[in-house]
Structure formats: C-alpha cells, structure tokens
Design a protein around this ligand. Sequence first.
Ligand code: FEO
Length: 166
Amino acid sequence: MPTISKSINDALNAQIALELSSAHLYLSMSAYSASQNLPGAAHWLRLQWTEELAHGTKFIDYIGERGGSVTLGAIDEPVAEFDSLTDLFEQVLQHEQKVTAAINEIYGLCVSEKDYVSQALLQWYANEQVEEENSASEVLSMLRRAGDSGAGILMVDRHLAQRAGG
Ligand code: FEO
C-alpha cells in the first residue's frame, strides 16, 4: 500500500519531469557556452546539470520510500541558441522562478492533504530554490554590469569557472 496519495504521487512525477527538463536545459546552455569560448559558464552550467539530475533522482528515491510509483514523463526540448550570456542567464533565472512556483504548488497540495512527511521534503526543495534563484540573480547582475564589454564578460566567465561542487 502506498503511503502517499495518488494526487501527490502524480504531482511528484510531474516535478521529476520538470527537474530532468531543467537538467537538459542546462546541459544545452553549457554546450552553447563552450561553443562561445566561455569555459567558465560551460563549467558552471555543467555543474547545474548534475544538480538538477540529483533533484530529479531525489524525488524518485522518495516516491520509492513511500511505496508510490514512478512514471517518467517527456523531457522538454531545450533552447540551443542565445543572444548573449546575459540572455542565457536571464533564461536561467526565469526557469528557476518557474520551478519555484511548481515546488510551491506541490507544497501547498501536501499542506492541504496534511502529508507532513512530504511537506518536509518540499521544504528542502523550497530552500534549494532560494539558493538557485539567488545564484542566478547574482550572475545576472554581474553580467548586466559588464554590459557589452568583452573584458567584463571574460571576468565574469573566470568567476563562473571557480564554482565548486557538483
Ligand atoms: Fe531543481 Fe533548479 O530546480
């Protein structure tokens, strides 16, 4: 017998598809950055790709722990071309805002169904979204300050190369 409701199970399955679509988007963005000779951005986005894969698999593991069923949905085809690195990071931020809204929606569902264990999991994701939006905003503000300056963009790229972890 599953210990999560069908509605929460379905919402989590939809979220897995969104997390894996996020991974795919960042992998595409990483490849674009590499093609533009921006290795720091390519590195930063490749790490983001691995984080999104981890977000997706964390939901998969959780559904398993609660005796639910995992159904993988289709992954969205990612954008492959961007006007600039600033345009790319604007899209990163917009995408993360969309993910935050989706997480909040599921959190609300867990609250309405009084599923306290799932709420604890969603709280982890909500905190993660604060970090993700903050880091995208930080990069974006550096890029906006750099404007069209090639030297400025290279400095931001060097900064992005410092990102640690995975
Ligand atoms: Fe897993 Fe960037 O949201």
